[in-house]
Design a protein around this ligand. Structure first.
Ligand code: MCN
Ligand code: MOS
Length: 760
């Protein structure tokens, strides 16, 4: 309908404009209600008790004093007979973050495992009673550290990557560099700790749960409780950050659900901040042995890479450390194995760019080492080995604006003025260093649905069960619908995060923006077409019997393109046609998709397409440039400035995408300089399980950060041309900082975080 398109000429396109966050005002005013803020009558409070040993079994638990404590309604442990059924985990294509089911037996597999639940009339009473429980254990020697003699690395065959003949090629290479690169246990640390309210009524369960994936959470709850999927509703309109740890639902929520069933009351269960370090994992410790071989002129000949990550004793979390090493540069020979080490630890979990993050750390530091070994500029070395196509899959990129990212990032930073030698820049007692790194994140795609409701008063509501975890989903979906319906985005309401709304996949893997904008765009087009049909078919409408192609839309009206006087408002049209509302429902599924496929996309991860689907390899790309100052006497590192140039394809909202990229860069500074879980090797106790001792970057750590958008619409990657944004910003940041620290000091730090002790 070309006339409709012309009507938008001269109007600013909503998608692509730097609109403020639609939910911003609600959040500032405290009107955005988070899961545990839901107020319900007769609410009871649950507190979790956790194990204090890492391995063994419970021989006795003394709960009498707790039971007699004021206000206590119940104390549950493994002897209470609360049944929680197993649910499919991520590793099995499901949506549970862990296989662990609390209170089902006397076994203890890590320090900080849930072993009891106290429910009382108030939080204070439950907390008080929980402190009165005494537990006796029979202990077994735990295996806590990955280097423990009883820790046995197991190769994950599916993660072996092999092409060419890497071992001899490495041996014959004129120049070889490499070493061991490690990252510690890191924790997601969102502002909103995990906490939920479960309400069981007449065999149905409503769960207010901070979730990156309500559809997945609903599925897991129905499996845990062995009830029909239709009987579960998960509500998650606002999430105070997750960074991966709210991607799958965690076991404490099962406790809230069973307790609510037992007591027939709504139960609020909020983990304390320390419990968020033990109840679920962050990024596992990773260890990578990486070697690069190259010709004298800098052409890579071989990459040989062996890595592992820690995981739980009876559970699997994979942190594929070769996802970037096998993708970034054109090496003719490549060999990589990844292993898992099962330990007495809570199962680790997703944390911003799982896999890509540590992988880029090792590769991009090693590339810096290679550049120095060759006396080459690090950026020139990367350009020399630029992969013109996906070196692993041997197929073209859908788009790769990485050269542009290097170029524009370098120009903005002033990279050409960088002296090659380390320790050649200083300001008084501060050693100055410049470093850079590349980053990437794949474009993942899962189909989904959307619905738009036009009501009798003319109001428009976009609906999806997908969530906004602080990313901007509310805003970009209003922008998407506004573009098609030609109304102001501010006039559109967006409802998210409720399983009563249309099915949607996880806000994880940086996929949701592309998926939901695609579904909403199609739905808005369907609504527009229905409005036009209605206007031309409704007898009392001034547009009755006009040819549909002659109609235009603008600002809540339909009108005749060549005679704008002839018009009718959406609201008036609904009234004349005797309708309460007009509803459009569309999706991005293949035409052949069955109802089962649609459910799978909503409830499992099995419908996610790999980045190589469709014969092209789709990824976002970045180049990060950093200046650091290292105090010569104290070894303190300050990031002085950072430039990130990003190719995320078409950006739907530049203000929000920038905020995402900056968020990633900030988290990358924390990872590079501050973050590390201190786990006691003897008993698995986490010594810094709080935000006073587990340091994350704060305002004072963050200098001027510049972002540059070098993307162009990539319609081979996604319907509306966007690529991944949310996780891209962190990838490569720690490597760029480590490289800058080397340039300042001559010290190569391959072991994160880069703390003072490593520099003195
Ligand atoms: N966007 C855009 N143009 C695109 C793609 C995205 O403008 N082409 C913008 C939009 O504002 C969109 C946002 O970037 O809402 C993120 O989009 P996307 O990359 O699709 O990521 P998701 O919506 O799937 O969000 C999840 C992603 C992940 S996996 C982690 S981890 C992470 C991240 O988002 N966790 C976050 N960013 C976070 N930001 C906040 N505030 N809190 C978290 O927990
Ligand atoms: Mo992001 S770690 O994929 O939730």
């Amino acid at each position: 309908m070309s006339t409709l398109e012309t009507s938008s000429i001269g109007r600013q396109q909503a998608l692509g404009s730097p609109l403020d966050r639609a939910d911003g005002r609600l959040k500032i005013q405290g009107l955005a209600t988070y899961a545990v803020e839901k107020s319900l009558d007769n609410l009871a409070y649950a507190v979790v008790v956790q194990s204090t040993i890492a391995y063994g079994r419970i021989t006795a638990m003394h709960t009498e004093r707790a039971r007699q404590s004021p206000g206590v309604l119940a104390v549950y442990n493994h002897e209470s007979g609360l049944t929680i059924h197993s649910a499919k985990t991520f590793g099995e294509g499901g949506a549970a973050a862990q296989a662990f089911l609390p209170l089902q037996d006397d076994k203890v597999l890590w320090n900080g495992q849930h072993i009891a639940l106290v429910v009382a009339e108030t939080l204070e009473q439950a907390t008080e009673a929980a402190a009165l429980i005494e537990t006796e254990y029979e202990q077994q020697p735990p295996v806590v550290h990955p280097t423990h003699p009883n820790a046995k690395p197991e190769t994950v065959d599916a993660l072996t990557i092999d092409w060419g003949d890497a071992i001899p090629a490495l041996a014959q290479a004129e120049v070889q560099v490499g070493g061991i690169y490690t990252t510690p246990r890191e924790y997601n640390s969102p502002i909103e700790p995990h906490g939920c309210i479960a309400h069981w009524q007449n065999g149905s369960l409503t769960l207010w749960e901070p979730s990156q994936w309500p559809g997945g959470a609903r599925q897991v709850v129905s499996e845990w409780m062995a009830i029909d999927h239709e009987k579960v509703r998960v509500i998650s309109p606002f999430v105070g950050g997750g960074f991966g740890c709210k991607g799958g639902i965690q076991p404490h929520s099962a406790l809230a659900c069973v307790a609510s069933r037992e007591l027939n009351r709504p139960i609020k269960l909020a983990l304390t901040r320390p419990q968020t370090f033990t109840a679920f994992g962050g990024r596992p410790r990773t260890h990578q042995q990486l070697a690069l071989g190259a010709n004298r002129d800098g052409l890579l000949q071989a990459i040989v890479h062996d890595s592992w990550n820690e995981t739980a004793l009876n559970d699997v979390h994979k942190e594929p450390c070769n996802s970037v090493t096998a993708l970034m540069y054109a090496s003719p020979n490549f060999l990589s194995h990844h292993k898992l080490i099962h330990l007495n630890t809570v199962n680790p979990s997703w944390m911003r760019a799982p896999g890509e993050n540590p992988s880029a750390f090792a590769l991009e530091v090693a590339m810096d080492e290679l550049a120095w070994a060759l006396k080459m500029d690090p950026l020139a070395l990367r350009l020399k080995n630029y992969a013109e196509q996906d070196p692993q899959a041997n197929i073209p990129w859908s788009s790769r604006q990485l050269r542009e990212a290097y170029q524009q990032g370098a120009d903005a930073f002033g990279w050409s003025k960088r002296p090659l030698e380390p320790r050649s820049l200083r300001e008084g007692r501060q050693l100055i260093g410049w470093g850079m790194a590349s980053g990437t994140y794949p474009v993942r795609r899962t189909p989904g649905e959307a619905q738009i409701v036009l009501s009798a008063d003319g109001s428009i509501e976009v609906q999806s069960s997908g969530v906004d975890i602080g990313t901007g989903t509310y805003t970009i979906l209003a922008q998407t619908a506004a573009d098609v319906l030609l109304v102001a985005p501010e006039s559109i309401t967006v409802s998210l995060g409720d399983t009563l709304l249309p099915r949607a996949p996880v806000a994880g893997g940086s996929q949701l923006a592309n998926l939901l904008t695609g579904a909403v765009h199609k739905t808005a087009q369907a609504l527009r077409d229905r409005l036009i049909t209605l206007a031309t078919a409704t007898e009392k409408s001034p547009l009755w019997q006009q040819p549909p192609s002659a109609l235009s839309l603008a600002d809540g009206y339909l009108w005749l393109s060549n005679s704008p006087g002839l018009r009718i408002s959406f609201a008036e049209l609904l009234k004349l046609s005797g309708r309460e509302k007009l509803v459009a429902h569309q999706d991005t599924f293949d035409k052949t998709a069955s109802e089962e496929d649609r459910n799978k996309a909503d409830r499992t991860s099995t419908m996610m397409l790999p980045p190589t689907d469709g014969g092209v390899s789709a990824h976002s790309w970045s180049a990060i440039f950093v200046e650091v100052a290292v105090d010569e006497d104290f070894g303190t590192v300050r990031v002085k400035r950072m430039v990130g140039a990003f190719d995320s394809g078409r950006v739907y909202n530049p203000k929000l995408a920038e905020s995402q990229w900056i968020g990633g860069m900030v988290m990358g500074i924390g990872q590079a300089l501050l973050e590390q879980g201190q786990i006691d090797d003897r008993d698995g106790w986490i010594a810094n399980a709080n935000l006073a001792d587990y340091l994350i970057a704060v305002n004072a750590d963050i200098p001027e950060l510049t972002t540059i958008d070098v993307g162009k619409p990539d319609y081979l990657a996604t319907v509306l041309g966007g690529k991944a944004v949310g996780e891209l910003g962190i990838v490569g940041v720690a490597a760029a900082i480590s490289n800058a620290v080397w340039h300042a000091t001559g010290k190569r730090i391959r072991d994160l975080p880069i703390t003072q002790d490593k520099l003195l």
